[in-house]
Design a protein around this ligand. Structure first.
Ligand SMILES: C[S@@+](CC[C@H](N)C(=O)[O-])C[C@H]1O[C@@H](n2cnc3c(N)ncnc32)[C@H](O)[C@@H]1O
Length: 255
């Protein structure tokens, strides 16, 4: 019987400079990296290639197998249930693609996870789906620096006040958190600010960051109602500089 495929799920932070020694060592000793290719000209795939090139093994950088990413229903009007079902279908399709490559190639494979695998990343779930499709595999997970950690470091803040909680959610669910009384919230996976519901948050403090760790990095802090126009402009600048934009922010109710 063939040996199980070994899979390493590697958190790579926000770029080559965040790769920890243990992730670098894992990269040097893997046979190939599987990476989703969202468009044929995917800037995040290019970043993954850059990371691999920065940590070559004895025979040079490990091979990156770009796997065309199945289409996902991204309609703006999807309900939360519709969104979740679109994501499940997309993960199933991704798992099927990866399973077919892993069956053919076997050996030691790695996935490079942007940031840390524990936050808004589905690689662990997808690898479990691959296993459920009958691929014999073992896997482990190595951590990386996540976007909220980098946001806090750049702004030189703690994400919560002494002994108090922080809630991490998505931009889409921000108002849900506000409605139940949460008052110190990190939001990720955000649409552009004009499509974000910021009702009632004008007086809250905002710590915002886009493209953290990249040349287009932008940071803004202030009363949300005052700095929102700056956020819009900075988001546009970050995208113009890097060819992609992702932002994360902390909002806190005034005390
Ligand atoms: C799919 S999630 C991945 C999160 C990642 N696993 C982590 O640990 O941060 C993508 C979201 O993370 C945040 N993010 C990722 N990279 C970022 C960056 N360089 N600058 C700002 N936010 C980032 C954004 O909110 C983005 O929409």
């Amino acid at each position: 019987m063939a040996a199980p495929v070994t899979i390493r799920i590697l958190g790579v932070g926000m770029g080559p400079h965040h790769v920890t020694p243990e992730v670098a060592e894992a990269l040097r000793t893997t046979d190939y990296v599987l990476a989703a290719d969202k468009s044929g000209d995917d800037p995040l795939l290019a970043l993954r290639r850059e990371i691999v090139r920065a940590y070559p093994g004895p025979a040079g950088p490990v091979e990156v197998i770009a796997v065309p990413d199945p289409q996902r229903d991204r309609s703006a009007g999807l309900s939360t249930r519709g969104y979740e079902s679109a994501v499940t279908d997309w993960h199933d399709a991704r798992a099927a693609e990866y399973a077919s490559i892993l069956r053919q190639r076997g050996g030691r494979a790695a996935f490079l996870v942007w940031g840390d695998p524990s936050l808004y990343d589905s690689t662990i779930r997808i690898v479990e789906k691959v296993r459920a499709l009958g691929v014999e595999l073992d896997y482990d997970v190595l951590p990386g620096i996540s976007a909220p950690q980098l946001l806090a470091a750049r702004h030189r803040i703690v994400l919560h006040e002494v002994g108090r909680p922080v809630h991490v959610t998505t931009g889409r669910r921000l108002q849900e958190a506000v409605t139940v009384g949460l008052d110190n919230i990190v939001a990720m996976l955000n649409p552009a600010p004009e499509r974000l519901d910021l009702t009632g948050l004008q007086d809250w403090s905002l710590w915002w960051g886009a493209n953290l760790g990249a040349p287009g990095e932008r940071l803004i802090h202030g009363r949300l109602g005052d700095v929102l126009p700056d956020v819009r402009a900075a988001r546009t600048e970050a995208e113009a500089r890097d060819g992609w934009v992702m932002d994360v922010f902390l909002v806190r109710k005034p005390r």
